[in-house]
Design a protein around this ligand. Structure first.
Ligand SMILES: [Zn+2]
Ligand SMILES: [Zn+2]
Length: 122
């Protein structure tokens, strides 16, 4: 399991993707930088702009990252860094690669001079 997925929905006008995080609370993507990062935002979070943000773990699981030789803590946050980052421009940030999102059985409906379609159950 990758821990993250995109859920696609279609409403006839457009296909919309939404990033979903399936990682448990406390996973690396659900942590933010601690007070040592010196960048407290008005919402009370310490967003980490440290250029080196590789999260490591103590043997007891305590997360931290090291920036310029100094240990910075990581603290839990609501939500997921990856979801927040990708949700800004999901379609622009992926690789240019064609793949099938899904396949939907349809029932063609004759409409005088052509067809329209509706979703079929199977
Ligand atoms: Zn996540
Ligand atoms: Zn930091």
């Amino acid at each position: 399991m990758s821990g993250h997925r995109i859920q696609w929905t279609f409403d006839r006008d457009e296909v919309v993707g939404k990033v979903i995080c399936e990682e448990p609370e406390g996973a690396n993507c659900r942590l933010t930088g601690g007070p040592e990062c010196y960048c407290e935002e008005p919402d009370g979070y310490y967003w980490c702009y440290c250029e080196d943000y590789h999260i490591e773990r103590d043997p007891d699981g305590t997360p931290f990252h090291v920036y310029e030789g100094e240990r910075h803590s990581n603290i839990p946050m609501d939500g997921c860094n990856i979801v927040m980052s990708l949700d800004e421009d999901l379609l622009e940030l992926g690789p240019r690669e064609e793949f099938v999102i899904g396949s939907t059985p349809i029932a063609p409906v004759w409409d005088g001079d052509g067809y329209y379609w509706k979703r079929a159950e199977s």
